[in-house]
Write a protein that binds this ligand. Structure first.
Ligand code: SAH
Length: 421
């Protein structure tokens, strides 16, 4: 989501005659696009601002956009007096106002809903992977999560608006479409004739475009995995066989306190259904360890589910109390020390799953999408359909971005392969 926001901000500023620089001391305008989902992300913003305000030109405009801006509001100006603007995740399209009035301080942390999408210019050049938001905000109210506060209630974008963005992306360079939403599989839009559109309709329409070869979406909420969406994994080959479906914890008791779906059997049934429509599908998850009142037994259940579902790659976090959330006020907060030990143990399991899956890929052939040249300049990095990094020797000639690659070696973090001519 932040990559998308960053690209749109860059496109908007290019229209105002700006170009990008890598060097802070050269910049006339410096923007930090920020995340506040965990305390560490917020802390990083303020330490970066400390560095930047010393390095920047005296005349350069400096500001923050995104969720930390929304969370801090006017307080950000008190903490960092050099700040010129503070714009929330749904008001960064107001950025040109500060260019017109550089001597003012611009604060806008309103929840403008979908308004920004009408204001942002279309991209004239899209990277191979295009991120397309289908909704803003979230209605689920997981008790640890600050997103409903920073990005507001859930709103689905009109079907035609999303498809127009997809078509524009396909015409300007995209090969892969990644649909984005805080609760992406909860996408529901009813048009003026009462016709309901769901995520599966977006996928079906997108798959018709010849330029688009790969489709994926993130992040999914388990109980929003409706049958139409499960079925399309079996019928639409462009939809990648890989799904991020966070469970967060393996303990029903903790899931209840998180205000998450707490029926582990129902979750497993969804995984089973997915595998029955497409047997090569793989799942990844997000996990939180050390949620308030999490006991050793609760944590063991998390380890068990990670082992059982064999998630092929996952994100794992220590619980971080956030402002405006219910869990921050709960009793029996867990010590940092216990959180660290649990995270280490969970990561051992998750890394083992990932290594095992990567090893199982050796000898297979996969169609992969070009991502970058590596640091040495001698190799190319591709992404497999499971989002694994796959490294190949750089051929002498230019090659197409989609290549069939034979996997020759693997470790925990990546694959090695050879392009099949
Ligand atoms: N549904 C959102 C979630 C964004 S946050 C989405 O679009 O992905 C990504 C992950 O961060 C969550 O799945 C959760 O595992 C983790 N997370 C969220 N709030 C957290 C908190 N307060 N402490 C620790 N981890 C958290």
């Amino acid at each position: 989501m932040n990559v998308y926001d960053g690209q749109r901000i860059a496109a908007m500023l290019e229209k105002h005659g700006f170009t990008q620089t890598e060097n802070v001391s050269d910049a006339d305008l410096i923007i930090l696009n920020t995340c506040s989902v965990r305390a560490k992300a917020t802390d990083k913003v303020y330490s970066a601002l400390g560095r930047i305000r010393r390095a920047k030109k005296e005349s350069a405009l400096l500001g923050i956009v995104g969720c930390v801006a929304r969370e801090s509001g006017a307080d950000a100006f008190r903490r960092i007096p050099e700040l010129n603007f503070v714009l929330g995740p749904q008001s960064y399209h107001k950025l040109p106002e500060i260019i017109k009035n550089p001597d003012t301080k611009l604060l806008n942390i309103d929840l403008g809903g979908l308004e920004k999408f009408d204001e942002l210019p279309q991209m004239t050049k899209t990277p191979l992977v295009a991120y397309i938001p289908v909704q803003e905000g979230c209605n689920h109210c997981c008790t640890y999560c600050i997103v409903p506060y920073t990005r507001g209630r859930e709103l689905s974008r009109p079907f035609n608006d999303v498809i127009n963005d997809v078509i524009n992306a396909s015409k300007t360079g995209a090969i892969e479409i990644c649909f984005l939403g805080q609760n992406v599989n909860g996408y529901r839009y009813t048009d003026e004739n009462g016709k309901l559109y769901k995520l599966s309709d977006l996928i079906r329409e997108t798959a018709k475009l010849p330029e688009i070869s790969r489709i994926r979406f993130t992040s999914s909420y388990p109980t929003e995995m409706s049958d139409d969406l499960i079925e399309i994994f079996g019928t639409e080959p462009k939809l990648l066989p890989f799904l991020n479906m966070p469970i967060q914890s393996g303990s029903p008791r903790i899931l209840k306190k998180m205000n998450r779906p707490d029926d582990i059997d129902a979750y497993k049934t969804i995984v089973k259904k997915l595998k029955s429509v497409r047997n090569d599908i793989q799942i990844s998850s997000d996990f939180i360890v050390g949620f308030p009142d999490e006991s050793d037994e609760d944590f063991e259940q998390t380890l068990n589910i990670a082992r059982e579902i064999k998630y092929i790659n996952s994100y794992s976090f220590k619980y971080s109390p956030r402002p405006h959330t219910a869990a921050a006020l709960m009793s029996n907060q867990i010590s940092e020390q216990i959180k660290s030990v649990r995270l280490q143990r969970l990561d051992l399991q998750l890394n083992e799953n990932q290594r095992e899956f990567n090893m199982s890929c050796i000898g297979k052939e996969m169609i992969c999408l070009y991502e970058s040249v590596d640091k040495t300049g001698r190799h190319l990095v591709f992404r497999t359909p499971y989002m694994q990094q796959c490294i190949v020797d750089k051929p002498n000639e230019d090659i197409a971005p989609l290549q069939k690659i034979k996997i020759t070696d693997a470790n925990k973090s990546c694959l090695r392969g050879e392009i099949i001519k």
